[in-house]
Design a protein around this ligand. Structure first.
Ligand SMILES: CC(C)(COP(=O)(O)OP(=O)(O)OC[C@H]1O[C@@H](n2cnc3c(N)ncnc32)[C@H](O)[C@@H]1OP(=O)(O)O)[C@@H](O)C(=O)NCCC(=O)NCCS
Length: 218
């Protein structure tokens, strides 16, 4: 994936606009057991089935479902938003599939959002595994590949991942991967009908100093 700076753009306040369009095909990552690929509209039925199988957990930990519930149309709209986000350099979304099950169900998802470059070079990370596949190490395997992609290909410096206090599985997962707790944010996200505190963690890339020099816009 090549990074193509959008020259000359400025935010409304006049600051330099540091979004960088991602050119080239959306990435596809392979691990020993998994394939992670960016969704196209062909993935809408698998995404709908995933959302329906995991509706309780998605409601507990994720953003609100669209009014009227999930549908093929809402999944297509989500995929199209993700594609626009990929095109303007702010989002990369991966669906996770088992490699040994051709045309098998989607077993999880990983999202990189709020991708910012300039002197921040950071993104937020979100993830979810099908509850039938929890406890097999699949999300650790997925996130190792995604972290490698973020640091080696996208050349970002910081990945931020935040979780609800009490989400011990997520806490253990992030700790195993080297994420460090940086604090706690009050009323951070609107989840399951209320603004909820979150534990803030991040993982930084010690090699990114050189990359900043390489990737500096302009
Ligand atoms: C948090 C979540 C993503 C963890 O997914 P997961 O696939 O179970 O996580 P891991 O890959 O780390 O699996 C590790 C667990 O499997 C066990 N395991 C079994 N085989 C393993 C293997 N080969 N490699 C690593 N771990 C393995 C580990 O002991 C570990 O157990 P633990 O969770 O009790 O410590 C999942 O529980 C989830 O989707 N939860 C709901 C949504 C959510 O919380 N999202 C995050 C919002 S912040």
């Amino acid at each position: 994936m090549e990074l193509d700076h959008i020259p000359g753009q400025r935010t409304p306040s006049g600051a330099r606009h540091y979004r960088v369009a991602m050119t080239g095909p959306p990435p596809c990552l392979q691990t020993p057991r998994l394939e992670l690929r960016c969704p196209t509209t062909d993935d809408a039925p698998a995404m709908l089935a995933f959302a329906q199988r995991n509706s309780e957990a998605l409601q507990r930990f994720g953003p609100q479902a669209p009014a009227g519930g999930h549908s093929i149309d809402s999944m297509v709209a989500r995929i199209e938003r993700a594609q626009r986000g990929f095109d303007d350099g702010t989002t990369v979304r991966f669906n996770i599939y088992l490699r040994d099950e051709h045309d098998g169900p989607m077993v999880g998802e990983v999202g990189l959002s709020n991708i910012v470059r300039g002197c921040f070079r950071a993104c937020h990370l979100g993830y979810h595994i099908d509850q039938a596949h929890e406890g097999k190490g699949l999300m650790s395997e997925s996130l190792r590949a995604v972290i490698g992609h973020v640091f080696d290909e996208m050349k970002l410096h910081r990945i931020m991942a935040n979780y609800l206090p009490g989400n011990d599985r997520s806490a253990r997962l992030l700790e195993r991967l080297g994420f460090v707790i940086e604090g706690r944010a009050k009323d951070y996200l609107f989840i399951n009908g209320a603004w909820r505190d979150h534990v803030l963690t991040s993982l930084t890339n010690p090699q990114a100093q050189d990359w900043y020099a390489i990737c500096r816009p302009g």
